[in-house]
Write a protein that binds this ligand. Structure first.
Ligand SMILES: [Zn+2]
Length: 658
């Protein structure tokens, strides 16, 4: 029997969070070096370790440190940057552009330190992380004295720390080699999500995790959209799909798992996968409710995570425990589901198991690392205390306890907070530097938000098109005359198309911003069936040359971008002041008229119901040529038996003129 314990923590309500939820009161914990030597009643441990240095815990709760099973620590620097948005607008419109501009090793180091300060204050001793420049995350974590399961991100797009997936995979390998075996850091590999990775990336990441025997972290089945896309593209739901690529064969930590069915729960269980449940993030992004009750009932190790501070917006595991319990009750219509003791277990022992760390942490048991916290429950918001039922203490922690009830935090046998004072981090200096970043990011976004064009460029793919175009347009009473006139010998038809166009025009209070057109083209075959669909986004600058009279437009600058997102995405991202919709059936010919090629568009404008229009269009490179062509275009229209557009059609000409 050992009697050289370095520390004896006495006079505590000891919640061991072991499998039997053993409690000791008045209890004690003996800490030797980095590990727990013994846990028991105070009188027994005092007798067992007579020479120990005694620390009186003042009747507080002594429990394992909380395990945050999913997050992105450095994003603490982006807290409050953009909120109340849908996931795609938030991620593609704000997070990724700002990350491309600002994320560096210095940013990541500072952001992680800020997160560590917050996590220590709220009783977290171990956290899982997926981000860029993970080496900087690891260094900041070690300096703060926290424990981390840290994953270097890998994805198919260029990232702030890698130009290609091969580069990020190499970075992941180097990261594993550097940190494997560190007393505080468990390095891991983190393919971002199935929809941001190719099957080859998933396979390569699984191979890497297997080679180094480390956890693999990934976001899985977070939204219903992700699952339905996966079914369409891969013929399987998300968990079944990633199983094909080896993701379940390693120490998997699957974040979210909101939309998983019974079969997938079975798959996760049979592969001993850990799941990180993120109630705040799922609620705030309206992602849905994870089937936590079913996963726990099946026997899956479900931990609790905060997700990044840019989406949560804090790293408070007390709040997450409370929400995990409340959400599960509400979703199942059953208040007995997920009782408080189980919520605390998810934030400790089950969380450690989910991270494949149960040998080291998650409960106060001899041989495990000394990661522990003291929580002061004798405060007004948490008084009085009933002792009749042993479970009562968990309800106090989960339903009434606050993160700031945590007074002392020890990780790996070292105090990192004592009596509310951080011992490893200079909080004031961190806040000053974080404010400086916020100022710079604000300036960047203010400059960008000022211009529709720069917002378009920020989401990628915009290129400037030709800027000189002739258009002549006329309203038609009867399109049959035009069809007949097309047989004229003066007009040679080069080809013909038929499609249906759905145009949405966004405009803003400042006319200099131009108009943004989202166009959906349905190509129609000879039978009127849809043979193909095309989406295009065009930013139309104000006309540079002005208009000739009422029926001819000399064109303007235009920027084209592939419309890879939904109309809803663009609406929420660009926030137009005005929106107009035009639907038309368009027959288009490419014709040769007196040596000049024109496009002839015969439009039936169905919405608003404006009738038929004929339009002649041609591109050109000089003003002189433009004037010549404008004249020819008018003649062409006249040959087709049409008069120039009248005033009634002005609105249509104005917005659909290009
Ligand atoms: Zn996440």
């Amino acid at each position: 029997m050992s009697n050289n314990a370095t520390l004896l923590l006495t006079n505590a309500i000891v919640l061991t969070m072991d499998a039997a939820l053993t409690q000791y009161e008045p209890g004690a914990v003996a800490v030797q070096g980095d590990s727990i030597a013994a846990v028991g009643l105070e009188a027994d441990l005092r007798a067992q370790f007579p020479a120990a240095q005694v620390i009186d815990c003042g009747g507080k709760v002594l429990m394992p440190g909380l395990v945050n099973a999913h997050g992105h620590a450095a994003m603490a620097l982006l807290r409050g940057l953009a909120d109340d948005l849908r996931l795609d607008v938030w991620l593609l419109g704000y997070m990724m552009p700002v990350e491309r501009e600002f994320v560096s090793p210095e940013f990541v180091h500072l952001g992680t330190q800020l997160a560590c300060a917050e996590m220590i204050r709220s009783g977290t001793t171990c956290f899982a992380d997926m981000y860029y420049f993970e080496d900087s995350v690891a260094r900041a974590t070690v300096e703060a004295g926290l424990r981390g399961v840290l994953g270097q991100s890998v994805l198919k797009f260029p990232a702030p720390d890698a130009a290609s997936f091969e580069e990020s995979l190499e970075a992941a390998r180097a990261f594993l080699q550097t940190w494997k075996g560190h007393p505080l850091i468990v390095p891991s590999v983190a393919p971002h999500a199935p929809y941001t990775c190719t099957p080859e990336i998933l396979r390569a990441c699984a191979d890497l995790a297997a080679e180094f025997d480390v956890p693999l972290q990934i976001h899985l089945a977070e939204t219903a959209q992700e699952v339905s896309n996966c079914r369409v593209e891969n013929g399987a739901p998300v968990i079944a799909y990633v199983e094909r690529h080896g993701i379940l064969d390693v120490k998997l930590v699957a974040a979210h798992c909101v939309h998983v069915d019974e079969g997938e729960i079975g798959l996760l269980l049979s592969h001993n996968a850990g799941v990180a449940h993120n109630p705040s993030s799922n609620l705030k992004l309206a992602s849905g409710v994870a089937p936590v009750r079913d996963m726990l009932k099946a026997g899956i190790n479900v931990g609790i995570g905060t997700d990044g501070a840019a989406s949560n917006n804090d790293l408070d595991m007390f709040e997450e425990m409370r929400l995990a319990a409340l959400v599960a009750k509400n979703a199942s219509n059953d208040p007995t589901v997920l009782p408080a003791a189980q919520a605390v277990a998810m934030a400790t022992r089950l969380g450690a198991r989910a991270l494949h760390m149960e040998q080291l942490i998650g409960s106060l048991e001899p041989g495990k690392r000394a990661d522990l916290i003291l929580v002061d429950l004798a405060r007004t918001h948490n008084a009085p205390r009933f002792r009749r039922e042993p479970e009562g203490i968990y309800a106090q922690l989960v339903y009434a306890g606050h993160a700031h009830d945590v007074t002392d935090v020890m990780v790996n046998g070292q105090w990192v907070m004592h009596d509310g004072q951080l011992l490893t981090l200079d909080e004031a200096a961190l806040l000053t530097r974080a404010e400086d970043y916020a100022r710079r990011i604000d300036q960047f976004l203010i400059a960008r938000e000022h211009s529709v064009l720069s917002k378009l460029i920020a989401i990628g793919g915009a290129r400037e098109g030709e800027s000189f175009e002739v258009q002549a347009k006329a309203r038609l009473a009867d399109p049959v005359a035009v069809l007949a006139a097309l047989c004229w010998p003066d007009i040679e038809i080069l080809y013909e198309r038929h499609y249906r166009e759905f145009d949405t025009y966004f405009s803003w209070a400042d006319p200099d911003q131009g108009q943004l057109r989202y166009r959906e083209d349905e190509f129609l075959d000879a039978d009127g069936g849809v043979s193909n669909v095309r989406y295009r986004l065009t930013l139309l600058g104000p006309a540079r040359e002005g208009r000739f009279e009422s029926d001819v437009v000399l064109s303007r600058s235009r920027f084209l971008a592939p419309a890879t997102h939904s109309l809803r995405f663009y609406r929420e991202y660009f926030r137009p002041a005005r929106e107009r919709f035009i639907q038309k059936d368009r027959r288009r010919w490419r014709v040769l008229f007196r040596g000049t090629e024109f496009y002839l568009n015969l439009d039936r404008v169905e919405q608003p119901d404006l009738g038929y229009f004929i339009e002649a269009k041609s591109r050109t490179w000089s003003r002189r040529d433009a004037e010549h062509k404008a004249e020819l275009a008018r003649e062409l229209i006249a040959c087709l038996g049409a008069a120039p557009a009248d005033a009634v059609a002005e609105d249509y000409v104005e917005i659909a003129g290009s």
